[in-house]
Design a protein around this ligand. Structure first.
Ligand code: SF4
Ligand code: SF4
Ligand code: FES
Length: 900
């Protein structure tokens, strides 16, 4: 710990940090551009200049860049020094010579770091009177708008995109005073984290096209904290809406989860909330009139009778619905009649995850802990496509070796250029075992492409090398033994080894092998991490409720005696083969579906009840690490739309649940594992001096204009019932518990860069601790015994059939985001992937039409040759409307279709 004197006051500092980090962490205002807390320093913009004095008697001092100067004990600096202030003002003035005067029409305006820094330095008068340099803008795809004239050449964009996220299609071109940040040619940005450019760029060069399509000034939106619903990572987001329409998603910093970045699915996948054909009124299917609207009171009456005493109802829950909604359904139908609404394969995988978490002896790492792992083994999961933010963390982990080397040379980790120069192409070991190529292959030490069972066998073989008391894998080829030994050696030598596995391939033995491996690696010195990937935003929450799969529910209906099946926020056609779902609809007397989107399941239902989406209600989700996180309502739902738990309460007549917090309390009492969810966020009656927190900023200006074409009198927005938020700009905004911060703003800091004002220190946690609670950590140690794993048999290819495994893609495989128009543009057509030899054996080439016939039905797909696929294994695009009807993995015959 060091003491730094800044303008005559002493401040504590970590000697490993730089002076900019120290100043910002202590709440001091010092302008900057090129430095970013997660990207480190390169000293490119010269904006953070301060005066450094060699001792208290030194009156001359010298200008240094705060972001490039290490915090040494006894350092004296001045931010206020007139020479330093003039230097900073002239840096802005140079930058502004080419910056257009277009703030009034710039989409960044009002939330712009460049505007803030210009104000902060006092550069208020332009002396430059000559022509400005102009650039041609590029088409960069459906997410990002490009306006290069606004660039100040800070290099943040390429440092994030290339160095941090591993993208290679965005670069800096040309030289001197005419540099250009863009692609070689117009085209869609290829990296799945491109949306972060919107927040990383300190000016309006890269802006959010999805917001542009329904643009309003950034201060004219209502915002609340939320949690991404598009995978199991549970990134924290800030949802902004206007007039009932979600307009944008921003990253919401959580030091233990997503940090500063989101993936593009999470940022741009919200379009499903604004679908014109979403469910807004209850409807009933009649044999005489077809589907007719059903008044809410009648709907409740009919449903109450359907579930009344003597009639047997079952409930099918959902991994994309909140814990509270699932619990309300379970309470309505009774625990024995509640089914999880996921496939049997997925249920088996999640059961292994739950068993592992319940052991509580293995380390479940947070994303920041994953970022510093020094050897990683990924089994059977293409994380960039199933849990993208986790893949970004693994991408940072491979830099551990370079950071260690830099550390040996006394070079601090934030000296980004120096560390990358030292590291060059040196990577920490990363092993990836997957049937298909993955988006981490470019940084992998070794790839192993195999069938799911062989991936599990490799995992067990590595395990046996580490701990020879673990079962030996029989008949394993020498070459695979050598790979297993190499992986085992690397993991053993690492200080912070990490195992990653998940449910993607629907093979629980892979997860079982991963857990065994983590157990074998565990020693007094080594605390290996195991990161497990749950498929959806609340898959784990549902798994903790321990219920049967969707197939079990269908079986219960097939056995007869069930009068009503209630389906919660779930399209069953994505969970089971379509002939099984069709049979379920035929066999069930009444099927009632609660959902906000229209699906094949709502089309077939007898009664549909319109429920809220994540932006219209509160709820709790459990992410893949067992963290309970709360999302809050920002939009006020229209018509008869209600939260699912409220519909279910009103059907069951459970009057003790008067408000959302009541069901949270009931849930925490019903399951010991959910005991901690009451601490995930303060309750709805949270007030500061009697005031709710305002959900609109104090700069909000548009209330009088929204309905001007109808009336000049602006109605007051409806209240957010049971919420800690006021629905307007009236209310409290100041220090508050971190789960409640609706948006980040501080005086003089209108952009998201104000974040450091809310953190313990730069890169640290939000003040008072990050949002959410890890549920398992507060419980007593779990069982120490676990089931003895069975090592699967080696994969044997069949002569006439292929084992078809799912191949996920970040855009399209996930149900909700796939409905967002921006994402739709990037969804690839449904395809079948085969290796070259297998394709030749069928006499087909790239682009051929193949009929894929499963026991459950057939589909015709376009062939894409993927040389890495093992022989006898095919991959099929996962989760698309055409392909999601088939449960995978499954065996299929392949036949060439004649060209039509
Ligand atoms: S485009 Fe933005 S982030 Fe990139 S160099 Fe220019 S101002 Fe910086
Ligand atoms: S990684 Fe997952 S949770 Fe995070 S933003 Fe992307 S889809 Fe959402
Ligand atoms: S922020 Fe220090 S030089 Fe750019």
């Amino acid at each position: 710990m060091a003491i730094i004197n800044i303008d005559g006051r002493d401040f504590s500092a970590d000697t490993l940090d730089n002076l900019l980090h120290v100043c910002l962490s202590h709440g001091l205002d010092l302008p900057y551009f090129c430095w970013h807390p997660a990207l480190g320093s390169v000293g490119a913009c010269r904006q953070c200049a301060v005066k450094q004095f060699s001792n208290p008697d030194d009156k001359a001092g010298r200008i240094v860049m705060a972001c490039m100067t290490q915090a040494a004990d006894g350092t004296h600096i001045s931010i206020a020094d007139s020479e330093a202030a003039a230097f900073r003002a002239s840096v802005i003035e140079w930058m502004m010579t080419n910056h257009p005067h277009d703030c009034p029409i710039c989409e960044e305006g009002g939330e712009c770091h460049l505007q803030d820094m210009t104000q902060m330095t006092g550069h208020t008068y332009r002396r430059y009177r000559f022509s400005k340099r102009t650039h041609r803008n590029q088409y960069l795809g459906p997410f990002i708008k490009h306006e290069m004239n606004r660039c100040i050449s800070c290099y943040r964009c390429v440092r994030f995109y290339r160095d941090y996220a591993g993208g290679d299609d965005l670069d800096v071109h040309a030289a001197h005073n005419n540099v250009y940040f863009g692609r070689d040619t117009d085209g869609v940005l290829e990296n799945e984290f491109s949306g972060n450019l919107v927040e990383v760029c300190p000016t309006g060069v890269f802006t959010d096209k999805t917001l542009s399509s329904a643009y309003n000034r950034k201060w004219d939106m209502r915002s609340t904290p939320s949690v991404c619903v598009h995978c199991g990572v549970g990134c924290n987001t800030c949802v902004s809406e206007r007039g009932g329409q979600v307009r944008r998603i921003l990253n919401r910093f959580n030091g233990a989860v997503n940090g500063y970045f989101l993936c593009d699915r999470g940022r741009f996948g919200y379009g499903f909330t604004n679908e014109p054909d979403r469910n807004v009124t209850p409807r009933l299917k009649t044999s005489a009139e077809g589907t007719v609207p059903l008044p809410k009171s009648e709907a409740l009456e009919i449903l109450s009778q359907m579930v009344s005493a003597g009639k047997k109802a079952i409930g099918i829950g959902s991994p994309r619905a909140s814990l509270e909604a699932n619990f309300a359904l379970r309470t309505l139908v009774g625990p024995g009649a509640f089914y999880a609404g996921i496939s049997a394969q997925e249920a088996a995988c999640l059961a292994v995850m739950v068993e592992c978490l319940n052991l509580r002896t293995l380390k479940i790492p947070t994303l920041p802990e994953i970022e510093v792992a020094d050897a990683v083994f990924v089994l059977g999961e293409d994380v960039a496509n199933t849990a993208p933010r986790l893949a970004l963390a693994v991408r940072q982990a491979v830099r551990s070796r370079a950071l260690d080397l830099a550390g040996q040379l006394q070079i601090a980790p934030w000296r980004d250029a120096a560390v990358r120069q030292i590291g060059q192409d040196i990577h920490s070991p990363l092993f990836v075992a997957s049937p298909t190529e993955t988006r981490l292959d470019d940084i992998a030490t070794k790839l192993y492409h195999a069938a799911p069972s062989d991936i599990a066998r490799l995992g067990f073989a590595v395990c046996h090398h580490i701990d020879n008391s673990s079962p030996e894998v029989d008949r394993i080829p020498e070459e695979i033994q050598a790979i297993a030994k190499g992986i085992a050696d690397a993991l053993m030598q690492a200080k912070r080894p990490l195992i990653v596995a998940g449910c993607q391939l629907g093979d629980a033995t892979i997860l079982r092998a991963a857990v065994e491996l983590a157990r074998a690696l565990h020693s007094d010195e080594r605390k290996p991490g195991i990161a497990m990937v749950a498929p959806e935003c609340n898959s784990l929450g549902l798994a903790f409720m321990q219920n049967g799969s969707v197939q079990d529910a269908f079986m219960a209906v097939a056995q007869g005696g069930i009068s009503t099946a209630i389906v919660l926020e779930n399209d069953l056609y994505r969970r089971a083969d379509s002939h099984a779902v069709n049979a379920f609809f035929k066999q069930a007397d009444h099927v009632v579906v609660l959902d906000h989107i229209s699906t094949e399941t709502t089309e077939n239902a007898n009664i549909v009840l319109p429920c809220t989406n994540f932006a219209e209600c509160e709820g709790t989700l459990i992410n893949s690490e067992g963290r309970a996180q709360r999302f809050f309502q920002s939009s006020i739902p229209k018509n008869d739309v209600e939260p699912s738990w409220l519909w279910l309460r009103d059907i069951s007549g459970t009057p003790e649940w008067r408000k959302f917090d009541d069901i949270v309390q009931a849930l925490s009492r019903a399951f010991p594992v959910f005991g901690g969810i009451t601490n995930a966020a303060p309750s709805g009656d949270f007030r500061v001096a009697g005031s709710r927190i305002r959900s609109e900023p104090h700069r909000y200006s548009g209330r009088t204009a929204v309905n001007a074409m109808q009336t000049i009198h602006e109605p007051k927005p409806a209240a957010l019932e049971g919420s800690p938020y006021s629905s307007t700009m009236e209310g409290y905004y100041g220090p508050m518990p971190s789960p409640l911060i609706p948006f980040f703003w501080a005086p003089g800091w209108n952009s998201g860069q104000s974040l450091h004002k809310f953190q313990d220190e730069v890169m640290g946690s939000l003040k008072g601790g990050d949002s959410g609670v890890r549920l398992l950590e507060s419980l007593a140690a779990g069982a120490t015994t676990h089931s003895v794993p069975t090592i699967p048999k080696a994969f044997v290819r069949e002569a006439d059939r292929w084992l078809v495994v799912p191949r996920h893609h970040i855009f399209g495989s996930e149900e909700l985001s796939a409905r967002a128009s921006a994402i739709t543009e990037l969804i690839k057509p449904p395809s079948l992937f085969l290796n070259t030899d297998d394709a030749q054996s069928l006499g087909v080439a790239n682009g051929a039409s193949l009929k894929v016939t499963f026991d459950a039905g057939a589909i015709t797909l376009t062939l894409i040759i993927s040389p890495e696929l093992p022989s006898g294994v095919a991959a099929m695009s996962a989760g698309l409307p055409a392909t999601c009807k088939f449960s995978l993995p499954a065996w299929a015959t392949l036949r060439r279709e004649a060209a039509s």
